[in-house]
Design a binder for this molecule. Structure first.
Ligand SMILES: *[C@@H]1O[C@H](CO)[C@@H](O)[C@H](O)[C@H]1NC(C)=O
Ligand SMILES: *[C@@H]1O[C@H](CO)[C@@H](O)[C@H](O)[C@H]1NC(C)=O
Length: 369
């Protein structure tokens, strides 16, 4: 097995085999001595959105909407997006929804936290720090690929790494500013450089879902071409397109995310939180792809990908128009290739919506509450 990419994909393919065959093949490729790891290209894993843990700290500047939400003011860091069952246990769900919110600042054309709420992402550098918050999916956070890589000799912190991110923010395309992502990209670069220098090998970056579609892609596209050539062996993007289709983003900004039920908050408060996220308006259907096709149908009028600003107004989210125009539209028009070897792995045969019909303009999907 001399091809490093094949060696990386092998564990993935092994997972598809029936268990007895899997045993047979994986045993024959198990490393026999420590020298084996010298041949491995370091791998950085970047998981999907909800896998990343966030902690918060409240300062005096925080103005809680209810006094009990200010109870943690002046205290140390606590888990905000970490163990979601804990929120309900501490009657903290409403406070959580408020403290997760972002604010768009038109003066700097960038997003930031609510005043007085500081946040940090945990476990940067480790591939073992990810956990899905939805108890129904205990292994959705690149666990299978990590375990498979460990079988072929990868070790966390040596040849295997993770780059968790603050998933409420969306990374910039080249030419845009983002305070949060300029720090993140710096950290990510140092991680890649250190891993590459240590093993005298270029690095493979593996992104799943939003982690691949947006974060990894923009990390690479924002890096100078010479840096990419020097340090990146391969990009592997798994399910880098929205599995429910791009209209899902339009539906989610209208009604709020349907799959956040486990948080225990009402659909309307989750929707308010979601609309404040920079991620909320990222990946709405692009005119370059969807053209003038009617995507959202109502009795009065239809909306195509060209009409997304009007659609935001129609769903009662006029505040979203300016940030959408100034931050998202440039992203939707940016189609430059990352210019490194790349493999995309997509599902096939998955039904996706082509049109949303809100005949009576009842955008709020009350069935979800
Ligand atoms: C999450 O929080 C719940 C409720 O407070 C607690 O019972 C559980 O042990 C916590 N889980 C983890 C992994 O910390
Ligand atoms: C909206 O689109 C549908 C389906 O494409 C079409 O039948 C209908 O006439 C359009 N409605 C308006 C108001 O343009």
């Amino acid at each position: 097995m001399s091809n490093p990419l094949l060696r990386l994909l092998l564990p993935l393919l092994l997972l598809l085999l029936p268990p007895p065959l899997r045993e047979y093949f994986s045993a024959s490729h198990r490393p026999k001595d420590a020298g084996f790891s010298g041949e491995l290209h370091p791998v950085v894993l970047v998981p999907g959105q909800s896998c990343n843990d966030l902690e918060a700290r409240l300062t005096e500047a925080y103005k809680p909407s209810a006094p009990r939400c200010g109870a943690m003011k002046g205290n140390e860091w606590f888990g905000l997006w970490k163990n979601v069952s804990d929120l309900a246990a501490h009657d903290y769900v409403d406070c959580f929804v408020e403290q997760m919110r972002l604010v768009y600042d038109p003066a700097i054309n960038d997003y930031r936290n609510l005043p007085g709420v500081e946040t940090r992402v945990l476990n940067f550098g480790s591939a073992r720090g990810f956990r899905d918050k939805d108890p129904l999916y205990p292994k959705r956070c690149v666990d299978s690929i990590r375990e498979a890589l460990e079988i072929v000799g990868y070790r966390d912190g040596d040849t295997l790494f993770g780059a968790p991110y603050d998933w409420r923010y969306a990374p910039p395309v080249p030419g845009q500013q983002s305070q949060v992502y300029s720090c993140y990209f710096k950290q990510f670069k140092s991680l890649v450089e250190a891993a590459s220098k240590k093993h005298h090998k270029k690095v493979i970056i593996f992104g799943h879902s939003y982690g691949g579609m947006v974060v990894v892609l923009e990390f690479v596209r924002n890096a100078p071409l010479a840096w990419r050539n020097k340090y990146i062996n391969h990009l592997i993007l798994v399910a880098p397109v929205l599995s429910a289709g791009f209209l899902q983003q339009a539906r989610t900004i209208a009604s709020g995310p349907a799959d956040f039920g486990y948080v225990g908050a009402t659909q309307s408060s989750i929707r308010t939180m979601w609309r404040s996220f920079e991620t909320g308006t990222v990946d709405l259907p692009s005119p370059k792809v969807f053209g003038h096709k009617p995507l959202v149908i109502t009795k009065q009028r239809n909306y195509s990908a060209y009409d997304m600003e009007d659609f935001l107004v129609a769903i009662g989210f006029s505040d979203g128009v300016q940030p959408f125009r100034r931050r998202m539209v440039p992203k939707m028009r940016y189609f430059k290739a990352p210019m490194v070897p790349i493999t995309c792995i997509n599902g096939v045969g998955i039904r996706t919506a082509e049109q949303l019909v809100y005949w009576e303009s009842d955008y709020y999907d009350s069935s979800q509450n």
